[in-house]
Design a protein around this ligand. Structure first.
Ligand code: HEM
Length: 333
């Protein structure tokens, strides 16, 4: 049973670093095209804990409570791999953040403590009936990252399970069971450029202990993390409100910090996604980033803006950026 234990005293604070000083800015140059921008992940860890931890965990749990099938899907044959994922994540949580998380292991009897949330859970490792949720679903409720489990079999990659509460307009319910090629099929020119095949071969060859990371990005209107295709009618209509006057406040750059781990037990891949949002107004505090974003947007092909869903208001953002740079002393040039 998950208990709220009055014995816990939550003295632990997540350092309140300003967003502009910790935002993962996704652009390395003044131009953006699709490429295999994966890099070795060093240090090789999955977790990033930010001051938004409490509100994001609350939102995740609300979504999982109200729309479970929309945010969590799995095949029964993924359960063993899910235990491997839970083990990996709990080991990382408790060794990197001993002040936030702790585990007591007595052979297969484990007790996991989340001091931040003042929760405690005992279970028998490997026995799914001893947890209130499947292992992937359980551990995902304690971290900000979304988690997707990709199985590797018969020389291919299959989406076999996932807890996806903060999707950038794609659906775990729709994608479950798809191969790598199938779930990437909506990405324009991904296949016909040969990039899809290159990335697939790279993924098939990934080794345990050598994780990778890449940043993906898009834009959203308002700081909405849960942009599900299933609720497009609620958040998609907000695009019509954007003007060059309100763009700084309304438009948010959305970076996904994606990490890839070969799982030694199952030989599958764990794909984690930590989503960060920053308003353009806030982004303007870093002049170099603001100018680079302007250049990237100006140079961006329509097919990418179309796929990412902001082609209808792209000119309004450019107008806003233009105006802001002209009125900000020393920034234009
Ligand atoms: C196994 C790990 C991966 C999974 C599960 C995954 C999954 C996905 C999914 C579900 C989408 C959205 C497709 C849609 O519109 O429905 C997507 C988009 C995309 N993926 Fe992957 N992906 C993985 C690895 C990679 C890697 C390593 C690359 C490296 C190039 C990559 C490149 C892309 C690109 C460029 C997009 C379009 C994103 C955008 O423009 O916003 N993916 N991926």
């Amino acid at each position: 049973m998950m208990n709220s234990n009055p014995m816990f005293i939550n003295n632990e604070k997540i350092p309140n670093i300003p967003l502009i000083d910790r935002f993962p800015f996704p652009f390395k140059g003044d131009s953006y095209r699709y490429s295999n921008n994966s890099e070795a992940l060093d240090p090789p860890f999955l977790l990033v804990i930010t001051p938004e931890y409490f509100e994001e965990i609350k939102l995740k749990r609300q979504i999982l409570h109200n729309k479970k099938k929309q945010a969590y899907q799995s095949f029964a044959h993924s359960l063993e791999a899910q235990w491997g994922i839970l083990e990996m994540i709990i080991n990382e949580m408790t060794s990197l953040y001993p002040n936030y998380f702790h585990v007591e292991k007595n052979e297969s009897h484990w007790t996991f403590f989340n001091y931040l949330l003042e929760e405690e859970q005992s279970f028998i490792f490997g026995d799914s009936s001893s947890l209130p949720f499947e292992p992937l679903d359980f551990i995902g409720r304690h971290i900000q990252e979304d988690l997707v489990y990709i199985a590797q079999r018969d020389g291919d990659l299959y989406m076999d399970a996932g807890q996806l509460c903060f999707p950038a307009n794609w659906s775990i319910a729709f994608n479950l069971g798809m191969t790598y090629t199938e779930f990437h099929s909506p990405v324009p020119h991904f296949s016909d450029s040969g990039l899809a095949e290159k990335v697939r071969n790279f993924l098939l060859r990934m080794e345990a202990g050598k994780p990778w990371t890449r940043l993906n990005w898009t834009l959203t209107v308002e700081p909405i993390l849960d942009t599900f295709p299933e609720t497009f009618d609620e958040w998609g209509v907000k695009k019509d409100k954007v003007t060059s006057k309100n763009a700084g406040e309304l438009i948010h750059l959305r970076t996904e910090d994606q990490r890839l781990f070969r799982l030694p037990r199952s030989n599958g891949i764990l794909f984690s996604i930590h989503t960060h949002l920053i308003s353009l107004e806030e982004l303007s505090k870093n002049e170099e980033w603001f100018i680079r974003f302007y250049k990237v947007l100006n140079d961006l092909p329509d097919y990418i803006a179309q796929y990412k869903g902001f082609i209808s208001y792209k000119d309004k953002i450019i107008h806003y950026l233009d105006k802001t740079m002209k009125t900000t002393e020393g920034v234009i040039k």
